[in-house]
Design a protein. Structure first.
Length: 310
């Protein structure tokens, strides 16, 4: 408690509703993943349970991304870049998994057998580097290493498509044709992988700064296979974004993000998949730490725009 001039500032825990007044919170156990997940469902300010259906947009890394929901009211009333009302479903972790989020997210967001960067080839050096960050204790670092070697993104996809989405659709009015997914970093790699899988549910994809390994990533090989097979991507949308300073400033992100993402962009822009609505963007002045909001808002404007009144 702070006391000055007889005015007291009392410490208190803020209520959830004070920060996220239109967000519902749930937890759900997944049989496919064998883990329990946190789920935040943020409704538009004008939410009507009898509405014919709102687009649902899913976002992994929900423990971090749910903060975006606090700005939903402003987005919904923006006269400059008006958006369609939508449901934001942020998917994250509870309990020990939330404590070890940096480790556990690699389990869910990396495609199976995804090649990793050269910086992860030497376990001892990698562990020493992680210890220096202070993000995880030794147990969490060992778990991180385990999941990097044994990713299970397909199990996470089954959880989203077969367990979580049916539960959401049973509780909220959903417009099935515009279900989307947005991810950044490993989440962006996962989103790109979903796009290449042609998910029957997630047809509108936003991917920011994905960890695509240049010349090695599965998503690059999958793209080439679709070109060879002349796969029809009609009805699928994707925005892929990378940060200018990931490309131009010497840092690990040049190898871990920029090189592979620009390689994917070049493939997609030079030799477009049949019927695919693909767009890409380099975001000026942004870094890996600051880029996600820029890609997220561009994604919404690109695929969930509403006509503004003249």
């Amino acid at each position: 408690m702070i006391k000055k001039n007889e005015i007291e500032l009392q410490s208190a825990r803020p209520s959830f509703e004070a920060v996220f007044p239109t967000t519902d919170y749930y937890e759900i156990q997944s049989k496919h993943v064998g883990a329990r997940f946190a789920v935040w469902v943020t409704k538009p300010a004008t939410f009507d349970p009898d509405h014919t259906g709102y687009p649902a947009i899913y976002a992994p890394d929900g423990n971090m991304f749910v903060g975006t929901a606090s700005n939903m009211g402003m987005l919904a009333t923006d006269p400059i870049n008006p958006l369609k009302p939508f449901l934001l479903i942020s998917v994250g972790y509870v309990g020990k998994d939330a404590t070890n989020i940096w480790a556990v997210r690699s389990r869910d967001l990396l495609p199976p057998d995804e090649p990793l960067g050269k910086s992860i080839e030497n376990k001892a050096e990698w562990i020493a580097g992680m210890e220096a960050t202070g993000l995880l204790d030794r147990e969490g670092i060992e778990l991180y290493w385990h999941y990097l070697q044994n990713p299970a993104g397909d199990n996470f996809t089954q959880f989203l498509e077969e367990e979580l989405h049916p539960a959401i659709a049973a509780s909220y009015p959903i417009e099935p044709s515009k279900t989307g997914l947005y991810g950044f970093s490993f989440g962006g790699l996962y989103a790109t992988y979903l796009a290449m899988r042609r998910s029957s549910l997630f047809k509108t994809i936003g991917a920011g700064s994905p960890g695509i390994m240049a010349g090695r990533s599965r998503v690059l090989a999958m793209y080439d296979q679709h070109i060879e097979r002349q796969t029809d991507f009609s009805g699928y949308d994707m925005l892929l974004g990378v940060m200018e300073r990931e490309i131009t400033v010497p840092s690990p992100y040049q190898d871990l993000v920029a090189a592979g993402t620009t390689e994917f962009m070049q493939k997609a822009n030079r030799n477009r998949l049949q019927g695919w609505n693909f767009c890409s963007e380099i975001f000026a002045n942004e870094s890996h730490a600051t880029g996600s909001p820029a890609v997220w808002h561009h994604f919404l404007r690109e695929f969930y725009s509403a006509k503004s009144a003249d």
